[in-house]
Every structure is written in C-alpha cells, then in structure tokens.
Write a protein that binds this ligand. Sequence first.
Ligand SMILES: *Cc1c(COP(=O)(O)O)cnc(C)c1O
Length: 444
Amino acid sequence: MTITALSAIPTDARELSIWPASMTPLPHGGLAVGGVPLTEIADRFDTPAYVLDEGEVRGRCRTYREAFPDAAVLYAAKAFLSRAMVRWVREEGLGLDVCSAGELELAVTSGFPPERIVLHGNAKSPRDLEAALRLGVGRIVIDSPSEIARIAAAVGPDGRQKVMVRVVPGVSAGGHDKIRTGTDDQKFGLSLTDGGAQHAVTRILGQPQLELTGLHCHIGSQITDVKPYLVALRRMVGLMARIRDAHGVVLPELDMGGGHGIAYRPGEPALDLTALARRLRAELIEGCAAARLTVPRLLIEPGRAVVGPAGVALYRVLAVKHTGEKVFVAVDGGMSDNPRPALYGVRYAPRLIGRTSAAETRTTTVVGRHCEAGDVLAADVHLPGDIRPGDLLAVPVSGAYQLSMASGYNLVGRPAVVAVHEGTARLLVRRETLQDYRSRDIGV
Ligand SMILES: *Cc1c(COP(=O)(O)O)cnc(C)c1O
C-alpha cells in the first residue's frame, strides 16, 4: 500500500529521535514503521505484537562497522535472537556473542559461521561446552578458574581451542545496580585487583590445548558516558603489558564488551558511538605505545544499541480505571513480555496510535494484565485523557531485553514478532498458544 506522510503533524525532533528512522506519521494518528502502518500490523497479527524494523537493525550494524572499521563487532545475542536476526547480523558482517548452547545452536543451525562466535557465561554447563567444541565456536571466554582444566580436558590431547579471559577491571558503570559488571562485588569475571585474572592467565598459558588470544571485559550495560570505557581500557592494556613481562606473550586481541546506552524516552542521553570509537582507538594506541606493546585487535559486543531502537511493542487497551488521583490504563501484555520496568525500574514513553485525540493529556500509569501489583509498563506518562478500551498503544525502543526475557507467567503466551521492511510485514516468530504449553505439559 502507499503511505501519505503528513508533514503537518508536529512530531518534534526530540520525539522522533527514539523511533526507528523509518517512522512516518500517517493521517488520523497513524504511524508507519518500515513502510507499514502499525494499526495494520495489530489487525493482521493481533496484539500484543513486537515489530522489528529490519532496515533499522541493518543500519545500526552498518553504523558500528563504519565507526569501528578496524575492530570486530559482535552482536550480543542475549538482547534478542531469532533466525532472521542471525541472518541480518551475518549479512552485515558482524560476529556474534552467545552465552548458552541454545543461543549457539540457533545461530549455527541458522547458518552463522561458528568461527565468528564467542561463547560467554559465568557458569557454563557441560552441554554448553559440548556444543561449543562440537560446533567449533571461535572463542570461549573463561570466567572462572575451574573452567581452565575442564575445557582443556574436553578439547582432548590433539585439539586446540581459542580462549579469552574475562577480567574485572574495577570500573563501576551502568544504568542500574543489576547491570553493573565491572567491579569485584558481582559474579562475573576474574579480578584484576586480587590477582585472580593474572593467575588464570598463567594457568591457561600452561595448557597446550588452549590458545589464549586475549583479554575481555564488560563493565556494565546502558552506559552513556565514554570515560568508564577509557579507564577500563587503560587497566586492560596495563595487564597485557604485565603478561608480556611475566610470560613473554603478546596477546593479539582485546575485547571491551558492550553496554552502549540508548535513549528510551525523548531527551534522554545515548552513548556517542563516534566519540567512543575515536577515543578508544586513541587511548589504545597511546597506551600500547607507552607500554611498548603491539596494538591488539579490538573487539566490541553491542547488544541493546543494535536491536533496542529497532523494536516497537504494540498493545491493545483492555481497561481504564480511575482510583483516587490515579488513572490506570491496562493493556493486553505486561511483565510477561517486558519484565524490565519491574526488574530495573526502566521508564518508557508509550504513545496512542490509530486515532487522534483532542482531549487534554493527563498523567497515566500503563499497567499490564498480570496478577502482580508490580506489573507496571510505564508509570506516570502523559497520554490523552480519553484513552479507552480498544485503543492501541505503541512503545518505542522495545527491541532489546524484552522478548528475550519474556516468561510464561499466567499462561498469557509470548507475543508474535513481526518484521517490517520496505512496505511489507512478515511474521518472524508466531504467538505462543495454549497448545504450546499443553504439548510441553506431558504428565498427570
Ligand atoms: C550483555 C553483554 C553484552 C551486551 O550488552 P549491551 O548492554 O546489550 O550492549 C556484551 N558482552 C557481554 C559479555 C555481555 O554480558
């Protein structure tokens, strides 16, 4: 179908900035993403639905490759993974960061080259390691001392596996306590300050089955400032120099992880990728020159910043309730498709779509349909005062850590995922049905 854009609609630049670049206002309060009206998607695929703009995902992959031309860019699969996502990332020339046999098998069986995959995890199961070795994963990131002998034994006397060491550089950064991973008081990695990382390196270098390619760190998530990355990089280069001094080994790779922050609401800051790329590179070259180290190849692992802004969640309003001072708008999804507000207190900016409203806006709390008072999708947001059952709400920046953390709570069923691209919509992942639950529930 053809879409007539209404340039007269006052959608200011601040508001536009959190939507996919393809977002177009339509007559009668409509919005199109990827050339497809969101109301059409709701009618055709039902709600709740997650819309993924293929062009936006691909565009973000390209932005990364252009900003970091000398680095390997690995998409962090845990933000969102499906077979289509695997294909887009592969075609755009990125690598992949996975943290389970499930993510790894899905990627490889969807045609992703295993040598471009890195396996993470603070507690890798025997099945994770078996899959990694069987499929020929590119690198395994060692996260605890016990993994060293385990991996070496699993590789066998004739094999050799590339590994990295996850180092805790002692840098605190990130949008919330639960997503800060750069200091010694959390479960990931081996400490720089207590010598745990150095000890692990020594042991790995003594294992002929393991080839240590470099060091890894991931300081946190939803970081909007470049500085903590520079501090972490300096410490990592320092450790590389000490490894060279102690063992005569110059490690060829340095993985600085992901965590690049994005704006969820108009006006919020996002990490400046160009500045990050320029300053990381400068710091790396300078630090290596000072330590007389060969400059290692940089790896980065963005998840959220690749897929988050490419996703839009669509909900239908089921009930509107006024209690005292509060207005609650309840929709047909909630914490089972997006646990982030309940987990981290994240704020979103939902918007009414599919009709215009002349009513004044009022402070509204958008809640889900689940049996928990904490099932709030967006507290205290400004929505038109006449929102009613049957209305459609669209929530931008819904592509990362929503569906990948979705649950079966209340047997509501996980939503459908629909890709939009150049004016067409196609189903990527179908809605979960009662039949799906029944087929797993096999005992009485
Ligand atoms: C989660 C994670 C990432 C990606 O984090 P984002 O905030 O989505 O960019 C990258 N690397 C590792 C090791 C991670 O655990």
